[in-house]
Design a protein around this ligand. Structure first.
Ligand code: NOJ
Length: 579
């Protein structure tokens, strides 16, 4: 990772007997639908970077109407929800993560009427919209910060983190911005410094001031009232800082910006953030329709992840992102097995959210690819993403095999960190290039003479149009996997049991179906060599007498009918029903 170094008995009786609906029963089935069948547990969530998805008005920048035009595509892919990265008014220093108004749409993306139309059209296709909520910081052009900055006595002064320096030109402490160098900016008007975890144009809000929570929860309500399905909470572990501003301890080494690497105990993941999460969960849960709270949670271990769910109390985020699986950046069956097991067993039966790609990291194609078998590797990872027991999150273009295309020259860089850190850190432009729809001009993304970022050169072959026409394309592999995940009862609801647990090359698991349906076996060869596996179902409660291939990218595996001797070609995925 380059960016952030995170009444069962009653219910079963109900399903086998026809009961007259009593108030008690109604409550029980409501409990079931809340706890077991909520939509987001089975969902495929598709991240859209709106600037790069579809430009509808020829200005070279993607927009909301562009997304609406492409909803049929998303529906055909099998997407249940779209997460939109920020579309609010913003000076766009951090491409929307610097918000200057939380309750409006930035004009280059469209109008509020366009947003409402997108919401309504998506709903017709059973697609929900999830907003990005940036609560850690605002833009320095947000009226709150402009007021805060105006004088030490301004009522909004305490909405941000202001402190005296240690002396002339010396910041309050040694904390560093994620985006390089000191995290403090001096303001000559009031002779104090403000804290910014990210760019200096993104001052951190002071969450110790209750007014801040009130204002931010107001913005949350605004979008819930409009009908959004939930939020992805940006940089949420960074909400609080140590009130004593203790210096961070250097842990050795320097980062891409040449700064010493510091321990983040005083700036990340402070316990206070969990109180806010519980209140936010209560607010969101007071709305109907199982709205969802997703967290951008890069965390050091599974115990920390568990806390973001609220552990056994299940009262914080519904889906904090598990970055331990998708960002191992190593095609290692043992490691994946261990990480999947951890989220299966150590988060108090909360629901895993698995993610391999987003707008901040080199695409998984390049992180896992070996330069020779990139396509095969991408397929085997996709097979894992959609068949483990978890909510699946994907990033636009992943389904096509879009690759990271970083700028070749520093003068072409758009993402400021690419300028600060060049050439070690080239920024995040490479994973944000325009969606590749066709082989026509600008890949069908735009009709503009120049697009905000250049289209990747492989668009002539890697695009929706040509992949739709090719039954063996990556796009069709994704579609088949998503369709199977949706329709197969074992993949939909089954528990996960690891098989062949000491195999270092092949990851195999059983998705044990609810009684009455066949279970599913998944076997994934993570190596460039053929592998033979023999799968033993003893102790799983599944007999394994009848085996039938459901989906594979290796034709030799189509006719496999026994678990005793399975010959997996290099990087093959094999998914079979078993009973
Ligand atoms: C995480 C976002 O994903 C990233 O794009 C942004 O730069 C930082 N948070 C700051 O908001």
């Amino acid at each position: 990772m380059k960016f952030f170094p995170k009444l069962i008995l009653l219910a079963s009786l109900c399903s086998s007997v026809v009961w007259a609906q009593s108030p008690f029963m109604a409550a029980a089935s409501a409990a079931k639908s809340e706890s077991q069948d909520v939509w987001w547990k089975h969902a495929v969530i598709y991240e859209i970077y709106p600037r790069s998805f579809q430009d509808s008005n020829g200005d070279g920048i993607g927009d909301l109407n562009g997304i609406t035009e492409r909803l049929d595509y998303l529906q055909s892919l099998g997407v249940d929800a779209i997460w939109l990265t920020p579309i609010y008014p913003s000076p766009q220093v951090d491409f929307g993560y610097d918000i200057s108004d939380y309750e409006a749409i930035d004009p280059p993306y469209g109008t509020m009427a366009d947003f409402d139309r997108l919401l309504a059209e998506a709903k017709k296709r059973n697609i929900r919209i999830i907003m990005d909520m940036v609560m850690n910081h605002t833009s320095d052009k947000h009226p709150w910060f402009i007021e805060s900055k105006s004088s030490r006595n301004n009522p909004k002064r305490d909405w941000y983190v202001w402190r005296d320096g240690k002396g002339p030109g010396i910041p309050p402490n040694n904390w560093e911005s994620v985006f390089g160098h000191t995290a403090w900016k001096y303001d000559p008007t009031t002779n104090q410094w403000y804290y910014h975890k990210f760019y200096a144009e993104q001052p951190d809000l002071n969450w110790r001031n209750p007014e801040v929570e009130k204002a931010m929860f107001g913005a949350v309500r605004f979008w819930l009232d409009r009908g959004v399905a939930g939020f992805r909470l940006d940089a949420i572990p960074t909400l609080f800082e140590d009130p004593q501003l203790r210096d961070a301890r250097p842990v050795g080494g320097t980062n891409a910006y040449g700064d010493p690497i510091l321990d983040d105990t005083y700036t990340d993941n402070l316990p206070e953030v969990h109180d806010v999460m519980r209140r936010l969960r209560a607010l969101v849960a007071s709305y109907p329709g199982n709205r969802v709270l997703i967290g951008e949670t890069y965390l050091p271990n599974i115990q920390e992840l568990d806390k973001w769910y609220g552990g056994a109390s299940h009262n914080e985020l519904n889906l904090p992102m598990d970055m331990q699986i998708g960002f191992t950046n190593k095609l290692d069956a043992n490691l994946f097995r261990q990480r999947i097991q951890e989220v299966e067993t150590k988060v108090h039966d909360n629901q895993p959210l698995i993610v391999f790609d987003n707008h901040d990291n080199i695409r998984s194609w390049n992180r896992y690819g070996d330069g020779v078998h990139d396509d095969e590797i991408a397929r085997v990872l996709a097979a894992m993403l959609f068949t483990v027991r978890g909510t699946a999150m994907m990033y636009y273009g992943e389904e096509l095999g879009m690759v990271t295309t970083p700028p070749a020259r520093v003068e072409d860089v758009k993402d400021p960190i690419g300028k600060i850190g060049w050439p070690k850190e080239k920024g995040r432009d490479g994973e944000r290039t325009p969606m590749q729809w066709s082989d026509s001009k600008d890949a069908g993304f735009s009709t503009a003479a120049a697009t905000w970022l250049p289209v990747a050169p492989d668009y002539k072959t890697v695009n929706v149009q040509s992949e739709q026409a090719d039954p063996n394309s990556m796009l069709n592999w994704y579609k088949k996997l998503i369709e199977m995940r949706r329709s197969n009862p074992a993949l939909h609801d089954g528990s996960l049991i690891m098989l062949d647990k000491s195999n270092p090359n092949v990851l195999s698991y059983l998705r044990k179906a609810p009684a009455g349906s066949p279970s599913v076996i998944v076997s994934l060869n993570f190596t460039a060599q053929p592998q033979n596996v023999s799968l033993d179902l003893a102790g799983t409660g599944v007999a394994g007498n009848t085996v039938k291939t459901l989906l594979t990218d290796a034709s030799a595996l189509q006719s496999t009918t026994s678990l005793n001797h399975i010959e997996l070609p290099p990087f093959a995925s094999w998914i079979a029903s078993v009973q």
